[in-house]
Each structure stands twice: as C-alpha cells, then as structure tokens.
Design a protein around this ligand. Structure first.
Ligand code: NAD
Length: 477
C-alpha cells in the first residue's frame, strides 16, 4: 500500500469531494505536509446515507450470517497482509511509535476476526409469557450506522466501531478525524477488496462541524457510534435527540493509578510511566492521576521519575522508540499550558515538560507533585504527557478523592492483598479497572465509561448487541 487513498469512498466509488476545502495531512515528526484528502460536504454525507440505506436493504441485511462472517474474515486477512504498510502510514500521520502502530493494526484484524465469530452468537430469547403461546425475541439490525472517530487511534478505533456494526447486519458510514483520515480510507479499500457490496462500508473524511454534524442530524442515520471528547460527545447527543437516534459515546478520562505500600510497587513504579505516557499521553485511558500510599511515596516518586527519564523519545519510525511526537502543534501547546500553570502555582515539575530541539511536535513527559485537588492539572483531561502524583494515608478518603471527578473511564489498583484490591476496584466509579496491571482493553470484553466518560460500550458482545434493536414476536395458541 505505497499509494494510499485520499478520496471519499462513496457507494463503492472513489470520488474527489465537491467541496473547496481539503484536509491537510502532516507528519508530526517532521512537521511536513505529505497528503491532502477530500473533505466531505453535507451533500456528500446525504448521498452516503442514502447509498448506505440501499445497500442495507438490498444486500447486507438479508445476507446469510455465514456469508457475512466470511466477508469479515476476508477483511481481517487483508489487514494482516498489509499490516506493515498501514502501520507505517499510521506512524507518519499520528506520530505514534511504529511498534505500537503494528500492534494496533494487528489488533484491528483481531477485532474483525472476533466479530466474524460473534455473528453466530447473536441470539434472541424464548420467553415463557404468562398467557401461554410462543414468545420470542429477534435481534435485528438498525439500518445505517455512522461511526465518528478520533485522531489518537485512527485505525483501531475505526475497527472497534465498524466491525460489530457490520457483523450485526448494518451498513456503516465512517467519518475519521480530520487530522488523521488516511488509515480509515485504507480500511475502506481493504473492505472493497474483500468483496463487501458497494455502500455497505463508506468512508468519508471531513470536518466535525460539517461532515460530523451532517451525520448526527441525517434522518436515515439510525445510530451514531462516537469516540472523542466529552464536549463533542454531548453535542452529538443533543443533535441525535431530535429524531431519537441511538448513540454510543466513548469519551474522555482522567484515570487513577492507585498504589498501596503492600504492592509490588517497584514493578508498579517501573511500569506506570507507560500507563500514562504511551501514545505521548494522548490516550483516553491514560492513568494521569496517581495515588501513592504515603509510606512509600518518596521512594516511589524517585523510581517513577527514573523510569520516566529512561523512556526512549524520538523518531517514531525507529523500532526502539517508545515515545513519539504529539499529533499537532496545538496539542503540544495545550499540554505546555497546563505545565506552565502548574509551575506558576508553585507545584513541583520533577522532570520533563520541555521540547526536543529540532523539528517535530515532541514534548518530554512531565511528572508533577505537590498539586492541590482543585488544580486544573489534577482535574482536567490534558491528553498529553503530563502526570500528577499525590500521597494518601486513608483508604476511604483516597477513594472519595479518586471519585471526585466527572470522568470514570479506566484505572489501576496495585496491592498484593486481593481483598483490598477488589474492595477498592468495586468502589472506583469507572467502566474499566485493572488490578496489578495497566491493561484496559480486551477485544472480548466491554470497554467504556461511567459518568462523563461515556454511554454504552465498545468491544465484546455488548458492542454488537448495541447495534441491534430487539423485536418481540408473540404467536397466539
Ligand atoms: P474530538 O471530539 O475533537 O473529535 C472526535 C471526532 O468528532 C472527530 O472525527 C471530529 O471530526 C468529530 N467532530 C467534532 N465536532 C463535531 C460535531 N460538532 N459534530 C459531529 N462530529 C464532530 O476528539 P479528538 O480530539 O479527535 O480525540 C480526543 C478525545 O477523544 C479525548 O477527549 C479522548 O479522551 C477521547 N477518546 C476517548 C476514547 C474512549 O474510548 N473513551 C478513545 C480515544 C479517544
């Protein structure tokens, strides 16, 4: 895939968008522009919604499940055959280290394989109703589903949205983030090569305020599967309310990382930097608020800072790079503003916060202590390489501090006392929590947030069921 698509994939055809504006694609490691992509207009979104409806009714909805599963397996196979070229493109577009990009593309293939298998497990129920007769439910597809995705995991999150929706028998219009449209277009191309009927998966890059907005308001779109910021998620929910569109929202986070003194805390100190600085902190699951038991606080901080300083920052195309540049100059400036404010408030920035010399939107991971709970750096999602650590002494007080946030996406608890770890995990208000681990995402398990971190779940059977309507059928005696 040396040549990559840059046009709109609309009803099986690659079209130059009719709008005047184009999306400019920049390599964050060099700051050079390397592609321009068509940007869908409101009219083109409308055409895609109509074509999606035709494809849904004429081919996809009624295709035998086994045949649909074979097509999804075919997409997975093509993703695997093209992993290296898609990963290279993802790295050039997002700035993420090539090793991470390879992992994400491979994970995208697994998502398609999982949902190909899941098709055979999408079952209704038979229900013993009081008056007798036969009562049963069907899980029926909805129609055209829109997937609106962010720039931090462009290929993988597109797979999370597209695969369960297709598996359940819906057609999909995918709108990737305007900063990172390329690998979503590759997914569209591979789906075409795999033999998906025209209009079943359409990919239309475009701006949020034009293309995204048009999807959220189009009457033929039955559901919006959105991943992005809490602010835009709330806007989409309001837009969707007018015609009661279904929404699933995966939004921001400010996740806790809780380390008790009885944990293998040396290991936690060594592994925790990557739980917040991976993808240069541009990760909704980033564990950016750390709660460390007072008795180990100083030693833990010192080991955590050393481990952070050992991270290999640089050219994301090199195999041993762990931290690449941020996605854009704006994102870097946003993180820098939080660091400057923390310094201005007299907080301790123990390491990091500086740019690397030369080109590229690099920012060294910053470690902050001495914050107060009302500091912006402690409370707000930064979406950059900044972490705050605070000590705690009392478990109950710590848990109320952990939950004193509007977010509730993910988090970790470190303790060798499993009763304690489970007690704390049970009390933390978040959709996902890991014990003695930083792993949050598993293809087979539901992923999503409490409170302002979202509504509904990606992955697992939950995501596929959420792309269906339940129909109850009663047969009288
Ligand atoms: P964003 O909200 O700015 O954009 C997300 C998508 O929404 C993009 O495709 C954008 O074009 C579109 N959009 C913007 N305005 C729109 C509008 N008015 N109508 C319809 N669509 C619109 O988010 P981002 O900056 O791309 O991504 C970062 C955010 O995503 C962070 O807050 C992060 O925590 C969150 N995120 C969450 C998860 C999760 O699974 N919970 C995963 C990754 C990222």
């Amino acid at each position: 895939m040396n040549k990559f698509p840059t046009k709109l994939l609309l009803n099986g055809k690659w079209l130059e968008g009719s709008g005047a504006s184009r999306l400019v694609v920049t390599n964050p490691a060099t700051e050079e522009t390397f592609a321009e992509v068509s940007s869908a207009t409101v009219g083109e979104i409308g055409s895609a919604a109509e074509a999606g409806q035709v494809a849904f009714e004429s081919s996809w909805r009624d295709m035998p499940p086994g045949q649909r599963a074979e097509l999804l397996r075919g997409i997975a196979k093509l993703i695997r055959e093209n992993t290296e070229s898609i990963a290279q493109l993802e790295t050039r577009n997002v700035g993420k280290p090539i090793g991470d990009a390879r992992w994400e593309i491979d994970a995208g293939a697994k998502v398609f394989e999982y949902y190909a298998g899941a098709i055979g497990h999408l079952c209704g129920q038979t229900i013993p109703v009081a008056r007798g007769g036969l009562d049963f439910t069907l899980r029926q597809p909805m129609g055209v589903i829109a997937a609106i995705t962010p720039w931090n995991f462009p290929f993988l999150i597109a797979c999370w949205k597209v695969a369960p929706a297709l598996a359940a028998g819906n057609s999909v219009v995918l709108k990737p983030a305007s900063l990172t449209p390329l690998t979503a277009l590759c997914l569209g191309q591979l789906a075409q090569e795999a033999g998906l009927p025209d209009g079943v998966l359409q990919v239309l890059p475009g701006s949020g305020h034009e293309a995204g907005n048009a999807l959220a308001t189009h009457p033929l779109i039955r559901k919006i599967g959105f991943t992005g910021s809490t602010e835009v998620g709330a806007k989409i929910m309001k837009l969707a309310a007018d015609d009661i569109k279904r929404v699933s929202l995966e939004l921001g986070g400010k996740s806790p990382n809780i380390v008790f003194a009885d944990a293998d805390w040396h290991r936690a100190a060594l592994e925790s930097p990557m739980s917040v600085f991976a993808n240069t902190g541009q990760d909704c699951c980033a564990r950016s608020r750390m709660f460390i038991e007072q008795s180990i606080f100083d030693d833990f901080v010192s080991q955590f800072v050393s481990a952070t300083e050992e991270l290999n920052i640089g050219d994301p195309l090199l195999d041993d790079t762990q931290i690449g540049p941020m996605v854009s100059s704006d994102q870097r400036e946003l993180s820098e503003s939080f660091i400057a404010e923390a310094k201005g408030d007299g907080r301790n920035v123990l390491t990091g916060g500086e740019r690397l010399s030369g080109s590229g939107f690099y920012l060294k991971p910053a470690v902050v202590t001495g914050t107060e709970i009302n500091d912006r750096v402690w409370r707000e999602e930064i979406f950059g390489p900044v972490v705050c650590l605070r000590p705690f002494s009392d478990e109950a007080a710590m848990i109320s501090e952990v939950n004193d946030t509007s977010f509730g996406l993910s988090g970790s608890v470190w303790s060798k006392d499993l009763n304690r770890a489970l007690r704390v995990a049970n009390r933390v208000e978040s959709g996902v929590i890991s014990i003695n681990s930083h792993s949050s995402v598993h293809t087979e398990a539901p992923f999503g947030g409490f409170k302002s971190s979202g509504l509904g779940r990606d992955l697992g059977m939950s995501a596929m069921e959420a792309c269906t309507e339940i129909k109850n059928i009663y047969v009288g005696e």
